[in-house]
Write a protein that binds this ligand. Sequence first.
Ligand SMILES: [Zn+2]
Length: 86
Amino acid sequence: MTTDPFYNLHAWKTLREAVKRRDGYRCTVCGTAAIPLDVDHIQPFARRPDLALDPSNLRTICRTCHNRKRTRTRGKPKRRRNTRRW
Ligand SMILES: [Zn+2]
């Protein structure tokens, strides 16, 4: 449920389809083609926004693998990096 305006760009939608087509509409992690597929940033957008639209930084990933990745990285305090000033 991201609200990042980047994901609304027409370019991103087009690119996402291109990446899925390139990867043969299969998850590049587990190889399934049976469930909804997302496109994942290998280098996270927050860290490398310059690679956000670079096909070499994108891979097709199934919902299951994507959720697993999100769960694994959830521990990182992403939003409050410099908020603790005291
Ligand atoms: Zn998968």
